[in-house]
Structure formats: C-alpha cells, structure tokens
Design a protein around this ligand. Structure first.
Ligand SMILES: [Zn+2]
Length: 347
C-alpha cells in the first residue's frame, strides 16, 4: 500500500500548489524559485534546483550521471510529457532511481506559448555562444544558467561515477522517412560506443547522424566540455500538449527508465543502427541562390547520384557517386546560413 500522504492529488509537495513538474515549470518561468529538497523512503535525494531543473541522487553507489533534457524547443511537447511522467513516478517511488539524473525543461516561456522559441533558438546558444547575444534576453540568460547547472551536476559527482550521458529530447515539425533519429555531436577522435548504439536500439531509434563539425547545441556542450556521451534525439512530430500519442514514444520511455533505474546499457544493439555522416552542408550563398529540393521534402529523403541540389550562378551541388539523403531542409534562411545537410551512409 502506498503511504497515505501520496493520495492528496498532488504528485509531491515539492511542486507547491502545482500538479507536477510540467505545471510548476510553466507557472514559475518568471519567478525566483528557491530550491526544494526532499528525501524519498529509499534514501533518494530529490532537489528542485530552479524552474524546470530537478536533480535526483540515489543514496547507493552509482556509476553514471545522466542529463535528460527536453523543451529546449518549447513546442516539442511529447518528450516534455515523458519527462513529467518519469519525474512523477520517481517522486511516487514507482520508478527506481539508481543513477544520478538531472532533469531539465529548457525553455518555459516558449512552452507557455507553444512555440519553438520566443526570441532566440536556444539550441544555437550553447558551448558559450550565448555570450555573443544580448544577455538581457530571457533565453540567452537561460542557456547560460543551464550550462551552469550541467557543469555543477558533473562537478558534484561522487567518486564512484565514471560515465556521463546526456539525452536532449526533441520532436520535429518536418516528417521523416526515418521516424526517429539521433544526432551524435562531433568531438575530435571519438567513436560512437556500442553500448550507446545499444541504448538507441532499445529506444527504437535505428538511425544516427554522426556530426563532423563542432556545434553549439545543448548536446554538443555536454560532449565537448564534459566528455559526456550525448545525443540530440528526434523522436517524432510536434503536437500540442495533451495531443501526443505517447505509445509512439514507448521505446525512449522504456530506455530512459531502464537507465534511470540503474540497469546497464546493452553491450551491443539488439537491432542494427544505421549510421549516416554529413557529406555536404547546404549554405545559402547569395540572393540568386536556387534550391531544387521541394519545400515538403521529408528528412532522410534519398536522392540518386547526379541529382541537382542547389545552384548559384556557376556554382552548384549535385549528389556524388552514391545516393545521398537530405536532413533539415529549410531554404528560407538568410544568406550565409545553412539550408540543410546532405548525408551518406557510413560504411
Ligand atoms: Zn527541437
């Protein structure tokens, strides 16, 4: 039987008058949130550090620090609902907490208005790049704070911890021929470990894009600065809160819950994970630049050798000797910015 106190209708007093982590995050975006601390019956320490930032630490020896972030784009709601529910189940002691975990809901202001962002795309602000923006903007300040929370989380590790993971959860506006995929940030000299392929396969993610350049995403930050095995995970499509079919997310939910519980990652993937690498970055070169990919092209649409992708005067790009795949096509960006990436399968 569950203890009487948990039948109050609230998940936990940690969130005050608010029902859960999500509601608390939405309601306190502009408040100064003083830390709330709680010890569960199993000895797990749970600390609400700030709006949308919650740390879980088991009182048993653990070997991994895990950052699970969502809502770096506020309208990508399915992962936010997954995180809300995992946090609820930890607080209600229905989900075992066997590893240190830092849960983050990234952008509460854009969550409130169901937009990707309010003023600045937060997933371009990390690895310190927020310093190049107006630091009075909420999202710029928030990116700086999130970097600090992650830094502290890793700095405060007990000596038993030897592994750092970060899964930054997203959904996409554009459809994809491969419904779910991971982006593995570039760090010179590293290879994607088999156990992380095992995690991806367990999460029903059968595609991974290996970046070839350092980036300024949240997952790049934890990889580059703290040596974390980190990923941006694209898990499905953007829908409003409450309209997600969470059964489509059962793979990632299961994989995260196993990890949080302290289960080891599979030594190798139970199904193959296809690895793609960037072979060309599509940049808008001038006002006369033309793009030959349709506006509604799905991510991972394949193009045959020789296909014309873009042209600008006497410059052009055609697919090379083997098929190439487009991701993130968006020609409506200013001159000088990236309009998409061409990929090939890594052999
Ligand atoms: Zn996103």
């Amino acid at each position: 039987m569950r203890p009487f106190l948990q039948f109050t209708g609230d998940n936990h007093s940690m969130f005050g008058a608010h029902t859960d982590f999500l509601q608390h995050t939405l309601a306190t975006a502009d408040d100064t949130v003083s830390p709330e601390f709680s010890i569960l019956s199993a000895g797990t320490e749970v600390t609400l550090l700030d709006c949308g930032v919650l740390r879980v630490e088991p009182n048993t020896a653990c070997d991994t620090s895990v950052v699970i972030s969502c809502a770096v784009h506020g309208n990508e709601t399915a992962p936010i609902e997954l995180v809300r529910d995992i946090v609820r189940d930890i607080l209600e002691e229905e989900q075992k907490a066997g590893q240190r975990v830092l849960f983050i809901m990234g952008n509460p202001w854009s969550m409130s208005i169901a937009q990707r962002f309010v003023e600045v795309n937060m997933n371009r602000l990390f690895t310190g790049d927020w310093q190049q923006y107006d630091t009075t903007l909420k999202e710029v300040k928030r990116a700086a704070k999130l970097e600090a929370y992650v830094a502290n989380f890793f700095a405060e590790e007990p000596v038993t911890v030897t592994k750092r993971f970060h899964y930054d959860l997203h959904t996409a506006i554009r459809g994809s021929k491969r419904e779910r995929f991971a982006v593995y940030p570039y760090v010179a000299g590293r290879e994607l470990p088999d156990e992380q392929k095992g995690f991806l396969a367990r999460a029903d993610i059968e595609t991974v894009l290996l970046q070839q350049k350092e980036a300024n995403t949240f997952s790049s930050f934890s990889s580059l600065r703290y040596g974390a095995e980190s990923f941006t995970l694209e898990l499905g499509s953007v829908k409003p809160f409450g309209e997600n079919d969470l059964s489509r997310y059962s793979g990632i939910d299961y994989a995260l819950r196993e990890l949080v519980a302290g289960e080891p990652l599979p030594a190798e993937p139970k199904r193959p994970v296809a690895e793609f690498e960037v072979c060309h970055s599509i940049d808008v070169t001038s006002d006369t630049w033309e793009f030959f990919i349709p506006d509604d092209a799905l991510n991972f649409t394949d193009y045959a050798p020789g296909t014309l992708i873009w042209r600008d005067g006497d410059q052009e790009y055609r697919v090379g000797d083997e098929p190439e795949y487009i991701v993130f096509p968006n020609p409506k960006v200013p001159v000088g910015q990236r309009a998409g990436l061409m990929l090939k399968i890594r052999r």
